[in-house]
Design a protein around this ligand. Sequence first.
Ligand SMILES: NC(=O)C1=CN([C@@H]2O[C@H](COP(=O)(O)OP(=O)(O)OC[C@H]3O[C@@H](n4cnc5c(N)ncnc54)[C@H](O)[C@@H]3O)[C@@H](O)[C@H]2O)C=CC1
Ligand SMILES: O=C(O)[C@H]1O[C@H](OP(=O)(O)OP(=O)(O)OC[C@H]2O[C@@H](n3ccc(=O)[nH]c3=O)[C@H](O)[C@@H]2O)[C@H](O)[C@@H](O)[C@@H]1O
Length: 437
Amino acid sequence: MKVAILGTGYVGLSTGVSLAEIGHQVCCIDVDEAKINQLQQGISPIYEPGMEEFLTRNIAAGRLRFTTSHRQGVAGAEIVILAVGTPQREDGSADLTYLVEAAKDLAAYLEQETIVVIKSTVPVGTNDEVRKILEANCHEDVSVKMVANPEFLRQGSALKDTLEADRIIIGSDHQQAASKVKEMYSPLKVPCMLTSVRSAEMIKYASNAFLATKISFINAVANLCEAVGADVTDVAKGMGMDKRIGNHFLNAGIGYGGSCFPKDVKALWHTTRNEEVDFGVLAETMRINDEQQVRLVKKTLKRFAGDVSGKKIAMLGLSFKPETDDMREAPSIKIAQELTKLGAHVAAYDPVATKNAKRVIGESISYADTLLEAVTDADAVLVVTEWQEMKQMDIASLGEVMKQVIIFDGRNCLDEEQLRNCKNIEYHPIGRPAIIT
Ligand SMILES: NC(=O)C1=CN([C@@H]2O[C@H](COP(=O)(O)OP(=O)(O)OC[C@H]3O[C@@H](n4cnc5c(N)ncnc54)[C@H](O)[C@@H]3O)[C@@H](O)[C@H]2O)C=CC1
Ligand SMILES: O=C(O)[C@H]1O[C@H](OP(=O)(O)OP(=O)(O)OC[C@H]2O[C@@H](n3ccc(=O)[nH]c3=O)[C@H](O)[C@@H]2O)[C@H](O)[C@@H](O)[C@@H]1O
């Protein structure tokens, strides 16, 4: 099948390479010329494990092309997928500017049988609005068939999540269009659920909001565990053994970040307000998350009797989670700002996100080139992102370079046995008893 994709972010790119991998002819279009130039050479503009291998292979096989020209990209496509960004507006609602622009860019080139798929995360009703824009701007012979096909990939495992998804949601009011999209995905052997456009749009928001709520719930349990002397890791394990609860997304820590959970929970909350539907649990999910993001700062402050000014704090990890250089809504931003406000010197280290972090956090903190440089002469270490390098760090040798080994683990990712075998350390995880040797 010939497929065009508008947008080469995580979603557009992962979808593009995956569809090419299963044999389709794919053309990815982006308005960002620099990105397209890189992609044409097989260079990925995003850090995503395996992406360049997939790019190179499919470009060489002639199944994957990149262009800035909507005319060239859309020509002859049976299916056009919109995968542009839908960021959040000031009031929390979804900003559909890019999507509206993309629809206008596309409309003139739609051919009679083209199916338009919205893969971006969009509020209920958006497919109808985009259909109206397309109809107002396309050739009169074209009858626009919309399909809502939300994406569920995670950054860092985007390709695996696309190729081995749990489900593919296909929402359309045109049976023929839905069948065609189902056929496009059929080599993947992933279960497809066909539904209405509006239900498909809602499935995406409800899924992200549910996962975010699961995280806030376990973080609230973790805080309670700390107060009553229980261990949240065991509590989560015990809860997760119940199949109705499930053991995924019950890792307590410093709250969720990233380009989607924060913005999607806010957008859904905004919809509930517009529709005057009471959905208080979303407000609580957001409130708990806001507080959890600064929990490490509060713990550090308490440990130093309310004064961290002049202290060197090593912050290990900057990206919102491992295996990505994405800094969008990363908890590290708030932690760095709060510690700096309190007069601490923050020395941050991240294996891949430093360049992006400098743009977001700026020069109010210092950036180390190595983990060792960050922890040298530090008064405390804060583990903020659970990169493999942090998990494997040699805790015993910290005593040789730090003033005193005090560790606050925001991801509960360090090895307890190793910690217990070290001398003169203080270890403060989240929702678990501290280890002091
Ligand atoms: N990042 C993620 O992990 C996931 C994102 N989503 C959703 O998918 C959508 C896209 O997200 P990302 O891939 O992260 O976006 P992104 O913001 O990283 O990339 C979007 C791309 O679209 C391009 N673009 C903007 N206007 C265009 C136009 N008129 N024509 C062609 N290209 C245009 C931009 O230049 C940019 O390269 C969002 O709605 C997001 O909520 C859904 C699941 C996972
Ligand atoms: O709509 C989206 O964009 C995507 O959002 C999330 O994917 P992603 O943001 O890439 O990352 P996750 O692995 O879900 O992690 C999100 C945040 O939650 C945190 N988290 C996750 C799991 C957990 O148990 N505890 C926890 O604190 C992570 O550290 C991270 O900050 C969803 O998992 C995807 O299904 C969805 O497609």
